[in-house]
Design a protein around this ligand. Sequence first.
Ligand code: ACO
Length: 377
Amino acid sequence: MTTAKEQYFPGLEGVIAGETAISTISGGLQYRGYGIEELATRSNFDEVAYLLLHGGMPTPAELAGFRKRLSENRVIPDAVVDFIRKLPRNAPAMDVLRTGVSALAHFDPDTDSNEHAADVRKAERLLARIPTLIGVRSRLKRGLEPIPPRADLDFSANLIHMVTGKVPPESHRKAFEVSLILYAEHEYNASTFTARVTASTLAGMYGAITAAIAALKGPLHGGANERAVEVLQSVGKSSNAEKWIRDSLARKDRIMGFGHRIYKVEDPRARILKNFCRELAGKIGGQASDWEGVADIIERVIWDEKKLPPNVDWPAGRLYHMMGLEVELYTPIFVSSRITGWAAHVIEQHDHNRLIRPVARYTGPADLKYVGIDQRQ
Ligand code: ACO
């Protein structure tokens, strides 16, 4: 038996739990060697998705082929639509998305293969179909019929169109694309690690992604973008902000959208997205503009009092609110992007697999004597 070294790091903080060539956080966030700032400002989501799934930047022909495959794969089986139709109307959107992804496995010809090429095909299908699941669910919940995907729209415009029935205006599109790029991948975060642990048992892509969606839903992880907007709704006007946040901190409330296990001074994704939020809010004016002021005050007080920086979910929640999207769609939108990072990690895990199985430090009793049930009081 291998004996474990007696070292324990609660929450696995600081532990190197594996190797990856997909992204790094140390020395600035990079996806496959490309800095996130340059990707956010100069690239687009389709190109970044290709980079993550295929390992390098596409040529024009490769990108065109990728986009064609995505647009051809957007339709989901009628049986899955019917299944979603029969789910309770008030089931949380993230739970329905998790169930929908799990259901899609039964219709994928590559479900049972963990070969590299099959994994890439499944990843592309999931990337294409997750927006359809989100759109179908959102419309059925509102008593509306689903809108078929549009092959002529790019990934992000099609996603918004399937939810709202409208092609997003140009002013929204760049900021939304940037949010998808920034959400796409983040090393060994909780949901990605969940996907890798699942994949390491040689469970397939669908099982790993289903597990990852379950992990992302939690408010300490992706679910925070929905809670961040609740903070702003609860504050209301910028004139209330300082008192609101000081009272919350005095009560020791956890403020969603702040703090990060790795970023202790700045989450670069939050800084980048904030600029796009601010620009859009300036164009929209009114409450959107006031919320930028609220955000500034809350950021300043939390930094002064707790030295906690905002994370990416803080501006993302505001952005999606400005775009008029329902709050329960925010974390599913995160999924529509993070599927690229998760799938890249599942593929990498399958390509170089070793079962992930750490050890625990036991804290329970030992050597108890068994007492028969008829003798227990
Ligand atoms: N609000 C108030 N206090 C906080 C916050 C917060 N958002 N985050 C951390 N703290 C405090 C804790 O209360 C704790 O204080 P204490 O030592 O006085 O008890 C201290 O900071 C350390 O907190 P931990 O939870 O141990 O730190 P950890 O590294 O595990 O936290 C986490 C990371 C879970 C993200 C945390 O900052 C948090 O809960 N943030 C709010 C949820 C959130 O925004 N999650 C999104 C993260 S980004 C993403 O997943 C895409």
